[in-house]
Design a protein around this ligand. Structure first.
Ligand code: BGC
Length: 685
């Protein structure tokens, strides 16, 4: 257990008070900070008389509460309260006798799943913004709405690696790259935890949907530590996430909810996680003794293996009383730390507020990725636009499973375009004659991908569009210049791409998505999204993906890194995205781990570039990726403007795992790219 000296607590708490007071409104953060400060000062006073500088005020309170609990009460706290939620909220972990409010958990990653709420673009869209500060604001807004709904835990973010774009829940995570995922997930948690606890999920290696309840993912220690766990580690250690949800699947022969190497050795041991772990929902817990001893703190949504079975196991000595105490301490610790018994007042007006809708729109605008453009975009002023395709006038927000969010209204692409341009919905491809340009909106929906709730959702076996969508694109493109707007949760293959004038990847863009699409198409907004995963020419170029797999082996390579290793050119590399302007890179300086260079907007539009820093490895003792992403940033530049950009390399970006982290003394190359496939500057560290 991490014990923090009280003066450190007091100082941090007072700093937070100062910060929260400056950056109004932050009621929950401020209240927590004040409470911490109060507790810390009380402890300071107590220590000065008792002479013990090591008493942590939170831990002291936790011990005082723990002392009052019976074994029955402790065990009861380790199980969820009901199979069916009330208004989307699942309770667990409270104790009425002592007035301890329960944890009240609500989904999820693109907004709050309780009544109407702001529907943000999905996680993958937010990954495409590469905008860490924006993701912090999204987390803050979702946390604020969760609190307003009466929840105190948000079941998000998802930081599972997108190993293959066929994964049905691809849309919920941020992308395929460990460094990018960790940065985005941490930002969400820091924002959300201003108001509620966040529960990062699904720990770990959850990236096949259809066989998720059974599949056994075999992985060696190196791939585990270097590829599949870094984002979780960062969310735990840097963002101090309060809760972790174990995954449904097995890892190396043990279900994640009873996986001692994952839960006890790595999460709670190596990383010093001091919060609690809950299982994923129905079928997420598979045993009583194994799960309790492996470090599962709460069985959700209902105690079936825990509850009476667990009580009996403790009485018979199969589970130690101190194991139960460790769990209950974790539950109490976050309860005290987040002041759950003195919550800030709830303010329903924040839900779908103008500010949150504006944020949803800003995110959508920044997430759209311009993939191809022969000059047709931005659309000419006054152009007569034919809008068609099955998704043109549909609220297409993403999957209908646990991440579903219900906003009270949605701006469709047609509505967005019609509001600011001369746009008309047309029914058949021959009707586009006489229009200047056609916008065809096609892609995927909740029937095609998402959480597998048969017969809907699940994994994708083909990465292409439906045959009728391809036929429509080709028929329209034969008649007028055609812009294809794609919706979907991850990569789509595009054998038709040479037939069209432009392609925009819009993901599932949230409740304001149509307005964002329109702004980008007419040039009110210069597109700035960048792909958070590789888009291959063909699924054959990727690692194999079998949604029915009962066992699968994961290694060091997938996505962009696998294509780089195999020397296969992608359709679009990770990090790719066009703009209405052009950028120039110059003057690379590598000074130790600090990399600086100049970036110039060489075109006529103001625009945003996302330079990416990749590291290469020369003469390593072990097999390495051709290049590994280390850092990135977004830079906004006026036409003709030049700025100096600074990026950093950390040990974690270059280390490899061999029973511990090893930073080799070898020649590391430094590459600055527009994407993983467009390296603009190169040097040496
Ligand atoms: C999903 C989780 C979700 C939980 C509660 C599970 O089926 O895998 O992501 O948070 O349900 O709805």
């Amino acid at each position: 257990m991490v014990r923090r000296a009280p003066f450190v607590h007091a100082r941090r708490a007072l700093e937070r008070v100062a910060f929260a007071t400056e950056s109004r409104p932050a009621p929950a953060g401020l209240r927590r900070a004040l409470r911490r400060a109060g507790l810390a000062l009380v402890a300071l006073a107590a220590c000065s008389s008792a002479g013990d500088p090591e008493i942590d005020p939170i831990e002291a309170r936790v011990e005082a509460l723990l002392d009052q609990l019976t074994l029955e009460e402790k065990v009861a706290m380790k199980g969820g309260a009901a199979l069916v939620p009330m208004d989307g909220i699942y309770d667990a972990g409270g104790l009425e006798r002592l007035g301890l409010a329960p944890y009240r958990m609500v989904d999820g990653p693109r907004g709050v799943r309780s009544g109407n709420a702001t529907a943000f673009p999905v996680g993958m869209a937010r990954g495409a913004t590469w905008d860490v500060e924006l993701e912090r604001r999204v987390g803050e807004a979702i946390g604020r709405e969760a609190h307003a709904k009466g929840a105190n835990v948000i079941l998000a973010p998802v930081v599972n690696v997108l190993r293959h774009p066929g994964w049905g829940r691809a849309q919920e995570t941020y992308g395929e790259d460990p460094a990018h995922l960790g940065a985005m997930g941490s930002a969400f948690v820091e924002g959300a935890q201003e108001h509620v606890l966040a529960s990062v999920k699904h720990f770990a290696l959850n990236s096949i949907e259809n066989s998720r309840f059974e599949v056994d993912v075999q992985v060696d220690e190196r791939a585990l530590r270097e590829v599949y766990l870094p984002a979780f580690r960062r969310v735990v250690q840097d963002a101090k996430v309060a809760s972790v949800m174990s995954a449904y699947n097995q890892v190396n022969g043990a279900y994640c909810s009873e996986n001692a190497p994952l839960l006890t050795d790595i999460l709670k041991g190596d990383w010093g996680f001091d919060g609690w772990v809950e299982s994923d929902w129905v079928l997420g817990t598979r045993s009583t003794i194994e799960a309790a001893n492996a470090g599962l703190d709460i069985e959700m949504p209902l105690a079936t293996f825990f509850g009476d079975e667990l009580l009996t196991a403790v009485r018979r000595g199969y589970v130690k009383a101190r194991t139960i105490d460790d769990s209950v301490r974790r539950l109490l610790r976050k309860h005290v730390e987040f002041s759950l018994d003195a919550p800030a007042p709830r303010d329903a007006s924040v839900v779908e507020s103008a500010a949150h809708r504006a944020l949803a729109r800003e995110v959508a605008e920044k997430s759209l990725v311009l993939l191809a453009n022969d000059g047709v975009l931005p659309l000419a002023t006054g152009a007569r636009i034919a809008v068609l395709g099955p998704l043109a006038d549909v609220a297409n927000l993403g999957d209908h499973g646990s991440s579903a969010v219900t906003p009270s209204s949605v701006v469709t692409p047609l509505a967005g375009l019609a509001a600011i341009a001369d746009a008309t919905l047309v029914e058949t491809s021959s009707a586009v004659k006489g229009f200047d340009v056609a916008v065809v909106v096609v892609g995927l929906d909740a029937d095609d991908e998402g959480e597998f709730i048969p017969p809907n959702g699940g994994d994708r076996v083909s990465l292409g569009l439906a045959a009728e969508d391809v036929a429509l694109i080709r028929e329209v493109a034969a008649r007028v210049p055609t812009v294809v707007v794609l919706e979907g949760g991850s990569a789509i293959t595009m054998e038709w791409i040479d037939d069209v004038s432009a392609v925009v990847m819009a993901w599932y863009p949230g409740m304001e998505g149509g307005a964002a699409i329109a702004s980008v198409l007419v040039g009110e907004v210069n597109p700035s999204g960048r792909l958070p995963s590789v888009f291959p020419r063909s699924a054959d170029d990727l690692v194999p993906f079998d949604p029915t797999a009962e066992a699968v082996t994961y290694g060091l390579f997938h996505g962009q890194r696998a294509l780089d290793r195999d020397g296969v050119a992608p359709l679009f590399p990770m990090g790719f995205g066009l703009s209405y302007t052009t950028f120039e890179y110059s003057n690379l300086v590598v000074d130790g781990r600090t990399v600086t260079f100049d970036l110039t907007n060489a075109g006529e539009f103001a625009g945003v570039e996302t330079p990416q820093l990749y590291v290469t490895f020369e003469g390593s003792a072990v097999e390495r990726p051709v290049r590994a992403l280390a850092d990135f940033t977004r830079v906004e530049l006026a036409p003709g403007e030049t700025r100096s950009v600074r990026l950093e390399i950390e040990d974690a970006d270059v280390a490899y795992w061999d029973g511990g982290w090893i930073v080799e003394s070898i020649a590391y190359g430094v590459e600055i790219g527009r994407s993983a496939g467009e390296i603009e500057l190169a040097g040496r560290m």
